[in-house]
Design a protein. Structure first.
Length: 229
């Protein structure tokens, strides 16, 4: 696992994203680019072209809405990525979710215990503040990442399947994630992913056009947005 995760640096792919939260259901085609540790770009497509672009680097978030010619700025955290990218995680964790990489592999951590769940071998890792991470493996591949709160409730559970060999690295084409507290589910089905392609920093920075409005995320209605000179 550690060797595989060290080999993964970036991902570029078309994807079908499906999101469900209560009565809210969205299915859309997306173009995704991510680069470790915490750079993310998602372009949501409509039948008429690009519907929304979300770009995040570390704590910086930008969103461009072509229909309103508006570029929004804000802090990249779980709340803002949930709102605009349908992933309720900070950028570093969102990149890990999309690429199937985990901190335990990077740190070569030793599990506190090992258990079995059906056909999966599950490694359990204790974390600060009483939380716990559980990694499930099946047929030699990462099949599940689960995090539990200190009381045992599941914060999230991510499942990986449909592995393919891409240049000698096994990579999952199907990602399913459940967030019980928020009662949301999001899945990604990748189409022809490219791993470890060079992605420049500029890919994760959105530049406003001459007539684009600029707005801070969270700005209250009625406040005038700045215009780019």
């Amino acid at each position: 696992m550690a060797e595989r995760d060290r080999a993964l640096e970036s991902l570029q792919t078309d994807a079908v994203m499906e999101y469900t939260s209560g009565d809210d259901h969205v299915k859309a085609r997306e173009e995704i680019a991510v680069r470790r540790p915490a750079s993310l770009r998602v372009e949501a497509m409509s039948p008429f072209g690009v519907a929304l672009i979300v770009a995040a680097q570390d704590t910086n978030l930008q969103i461009f809405d072509p229909s309103k010619n508006t570029l929004m700025h804000g802090t990249a955290d779980a709340a803002t990525l949930a709102r605009f990218a349908r992933i309720p995680m900070a950028p570093r964790d969102a990149v890990g979710l999309l690429m199937g990489v985990v901190a335990e592999a990077r740190d070569v951590a030793v599990p506190a215990s090992v258990a079995s769940e059906g056909d999966e071998t599950v490694l359990l890792y204790d974390q600060p503040h009483g939380t716990r991470r559980e990694l499930g493996f099946a047929s030699g591949q990462l099949a599940m990442v689960r995090e539990r709160a200190s009381g045992g409730a599941i914060n999230y559970e991510i499942r990986y399947s449909d592995y393919h060999d891409i240049g000698g690295v096994m990579f999952a084409y199907h990602v399913n994630a459940d967030f019980p507290a928020a009662q949301t589910h999001v899945s990604f089905l990748y189409k022809r992913p490219i791993i470890n392609g060079k992605i420049p920093d500029s890919r994760f920075v959105l530049t406003p056009g001459v007539n684009s409005k600029q707005q801070e995320i969270g700005r209250r209605n009625g406040q005038r947005a700045r215009r780019d000179a």
